[in-house]
Ligand binder design. Sequence first.
Ligand SMILES: *[C@@H]1O[C@H](CO)[C@@H](O)[C@H](O)[C@H]1NC(C)=O
Ligand SMILES: *[C@@H]1O[C@H](CO)[C@@H](O)[C@H](O)[C@H]1NC(C)=O
Length: 649
Amino acid sequence: MSLSLTSLGEYLLCLVCLELSLADIMSLRQVCRVLSRTTKAKVLWIYILERQALEETIMPPYLNDYERLNSSTIEALVRRVSRLAHKWETQDLSPVRSWKLHLPLAITWLRLVAGRWLFVASSDSSSSKISCWDLSLIFQGCMEPLAEAYLPGQVKTGKLEVQKLGIVLALGLGPEAQAVHILTLRKCHGCHVFAELCCIQGSSHVLMLSGDVVACALRHGDSVPHIINWMAQRVYDIPPPPDDLNIPCRRSVPHLITTWNGALIIVRRNTLEFYTLPSANDSIGFLKLVQISTTWEAAVLCASPSVSSMGSPLRLITISPAGVEICIIEDPLTGLDSAGGFCLDPTPNPEHRTPWYRLSVGQAGRRFLRISFNEVSEFDSDGFPKPRKPPHFTFSTVPSQSCGLLTNSPRASKVPRIVWDTDGEPALWAIPTIDFDEALGLTVVGNIFGELAIYDHVGQHPERCTDLSIDLTDQKTAVPPLLPTTPLKLDLPVAPTLKIVATQTQAGETTWIFMNYDHPGYYELSKWYGEPCDEAWILEHAYGFPGRVLPQAFQRDPLSDGCQTMLFRVGSRYFAFRHDEYQLLSFTGTPSGYLDVVDDGQVETYSRPTAMTERDAFLDGKVKQEGWGETIEDTFDDEDYPDPRPDLV
Ligand SMILES: *[C@@H]1O[C@H](CO)[C@@H](O)[C@H](O)[C@H]1NC(C)=O
Ligand SMILES: *[C@@H]1O[C@H](CO)[C@@H](O)[C@H](O)[C@H]1NC(C)=O
């Protein structure tokens, strides 16, 4: 009697398979029908999946109830996460495939949900829309969006959360229609539609969405952090810390707002502010301030604020002057007034402007990326600086908790940087917005030219992993009012609206000159329209004062014809920009007289200097684009060479 493998019976064969590598299981599948059936058994793939999860392979956080999935989907997932883990080990994240779309509008926000739904907000000066694509259709070659709807203003900020109601989006619109729109995507009579759960007028700059609570940083155009219970349509004020909101670093919008252990936390450049949540007392109470090292960008490092177990420290990942840091905050009510941390990746050129911006962390909190530009200055053999490399992605892994690195240890650990170039498409220099699925190995990028790309770092049937989550758009409750599906006219001004300051003052020989449309010679007004990387953009992104810039007046330099100081307003706050000193002053009322003597408390500094690196990358890209165009013209006929990019203006 010959004993063959196939006579072992299904259960024992499964046990044998569990001892094999994935490649060997695939070989075994080729041997015969019995073995082929065994290697496709659902129970086998569930075992392997669970084992991988225990071995700290990164699993999609939205993979709920995986026993509901069929065997081939579980197998596809297992093979995908293993292949991705291998790509990380070999430090090669070059995408295997990509899908590209060109929207007619500038992309200002996007988010990828459950490896399947891609939400994109795009706008121009006359319309603004929100669209959703189903990646399972895109992967099969259908580029049509699942649903589209129009909004009354440009989406400046947004947060998205999967809730009991399905996918919930909180979108903060620009100053032309200042409001937070709470939306959801629903399946309705076999189609998909955007529906509006709620709209809160007057609030904007969304920094958090957690259940019923939305945290916003702008109220009627002023930087005043507050929270909204959107279900109850109720706005809660956040009391200012004892030393007031009107101090440098606290006048601008915060980097981040999050909840943790029942507290509300506002992350600013040098401090964390702790508050009670209204659930405790129907109002928000100030708890304490905790000092942190200088923070230019920050993200919370955990699956979701509500998932973090009670008592575990809050961990933030930040870009600081030292590099990428992890900041660990133990329970502040028992602990110290300052937070510890360590540097994960020291900055390569500390004497120069930070080379990294747009820090983003995956949903499972295990991998992060940032865009790098000008990381090291390179010189050729003759000592001339080499042309700058265009901006590119840099991915890294967060050391896992079991490595003991995420305790408050002084041991500095340098994580490897995996650099990945998008081959120049979409233009990563054009103020990109990014999201990535760290478990499935998908990265999505959109830019202000409307270029949208989906990169697959793994390859091999990505469409087989788009059904890991239940259909989040399929809900039993009544569909809320639908959003319009025809464009709404935007009230975007072509130029800033000008207002005259109430009182004209004179000091010394210099007078404030009040601005109006027909004032000749004021050539710099165009720098304040809010175009990418102009002065208004810097005010919003580097100084942290979003809103419409309303120029008010300027002082002329007595010795030259140029503008010396420009006075403008954003919300109810006045600013003076001194060109000679490149200095921004801020006032609660109209300043009077000649701005010669400056109170230090009025001087604003960058809250997010990484925006200036992003601006460098933009200007460099623009110059190269224009320069490139000239060389091309010399060599090719226009018709021979496709227009690589839409016009910049
Ligand atoms: C498994 O499920 C996926 C998605 O639900 C489906 O597309 C596929 O056809 C199923 N495969 C089998 C073999 O039933
Ligand atoms: C609740 O709020 C009131 C003021 O609104 C305050 O006096 C009281 O101490 C608060 N209670 C708690 C438990 O925070």
